[in-house]
Design a protein around this ligand. Structure first.
Ligand SMILES: Nc1ncnc2c1ncn2[C@@H]1O[C@H](COP(=O)(O)OP(=O)(O)OP(=O)(O)O)[C@@H](O)[C@H]1O
Ligand SMILES: [Mg+2]
Length: 286
């Protein structure tokens, strides 16, 4: 009998001896409920990245949220193509330059950063061999949660302060995209985002979950110094501008400011209104 058969036979005998019920040596005097036992089993062993991803809470997105909040990349198809094309360009650049952490920035509010971050998550989610983490670092307005139709129990500020773990906080889409969202307005975001503790927590998340890419949704560059802290931790930045809204000189200044802080991966011209052949594009990448 080989070792596997011996192990199966031993387990069978033990189960029969206990009347068919497997008992846990850690059982409390009052017993352990099935849910508690399942939760204990779900705690992944140290070093097991796959189990850590599998243990994350699922992200639930309703079809109403998808329709109302421009989550065009949620399902594959024509509407998702601009995001899939951007995904490929991002991957090429990231691979070439060995960049993993990408900040999504804009000069001013409303360029479409959070919507883009949410959609990139869904688009990258279809790359089954890739793991992606998307973190909302706009701690003043927490835009990404409402776009996904989610109000988490705690926010990324609590994760960065070490008050809650990323494992408990993150919401996972389709097993390979984890979103870290916000709940309430934070009083001192710039200090928190620039603190050494934030850098340590980010390193820990990266170590525990081994993402291929991490995207940081950020507050507008020219409105506060909040995003400067995020950019310290990023490898590069993707500058988002709203076509026909963000003036060229604002894009210029933002690009110059950005290049002093990190590598500029490219500019996404969002909200373009032109029709390129079969597909109606709403974004362009330079
Ligand atoms: N490609 C697009 N086409 C048309 N409207 C869009 C597009 N992307 C985003 N929007 C809309 O623009 C508005 C602002 O989007 P979003 O919140 O994503 O921007 P933001 O840059 O994150 O803003 P903030 O700086 O305030 O966080 C939303 O109403 C969103 O639905
Ligand atoms: Mg936003």
């Amino acid at each position: 009998m080989d070792r596997l058969q011996q192990a199966i036979s031993k387990a069978r005998k033990e189960r029969e001896a206990s009347g068919g019920v497997t008992t846990s040596p850690a059982q409390s005097p009052r017993g352990v409920t099935a849910a508690q036992a399942a939760a204990r089993q779900a705690v992944p062993p140290a070093g097991d990245v796959t189990a850590r991803w599998a243990a994350l809470n699922p992200l639930q997105v309703t079809s109403k949220t998808v329709r109302s909040n421009r989550l065009m990349a949620y399902t594959p198809g024509e509407a998702a193509i601009p995001f899939d094309m951007l995904r490929t360009k991002i991957l090429q650049q990231a691979r070439k330059n060995k960049w993993r952490r990408i900040a999504i920035v804009s000069s001013d509010s409303g360029a479409g950063k959070s919507t883009l971050a949410a959609n990139l998550g869904f688009s990258f989610g279809r790359m089954r061999d890739k793991r992606t983490i998307i973190l909302d670092f706009d701690l003043r307005r927490f835009g990404l949660g409402p776009i996904l139709g989610v109000k988490p129990v705690a926010g990324m500020a609590e994760v960065l302060r070490g008050e809650t773990s990323f494992a408990d906080h993150a919401l996972c889409h389709d097993g390979n995209v984890a979103y870290g969202l916000n709940r309430n307005r934070v009083q001192n975001p710039a200090e928190l985002l620039q603190s050494p503790r934030t850098a340590e927590i980010l390193n820990q998340i990266e170590q525990d979950y081994e993402p291929d890419l991490m995207f940081f949704d950020t507050p507008p560059l020219m409105v506060s110094d909040d995003s400067h802290g995020v950019l310290q931790s990023a490898d590069c930045a993707l500058l988002v501008a709203a076509a026909e809204v963000t003036p060229m000189d604002r894009i210029d200044v933002a690009e110059r400011q950005l290049s002093e802080l990190t590598n500029v991966m490219g500019i996404v011209l969002n909200r373009c209104r032109y029709n390129a052949g079969a597909h109606s594009y709403e974004g362009e990448y330079y």
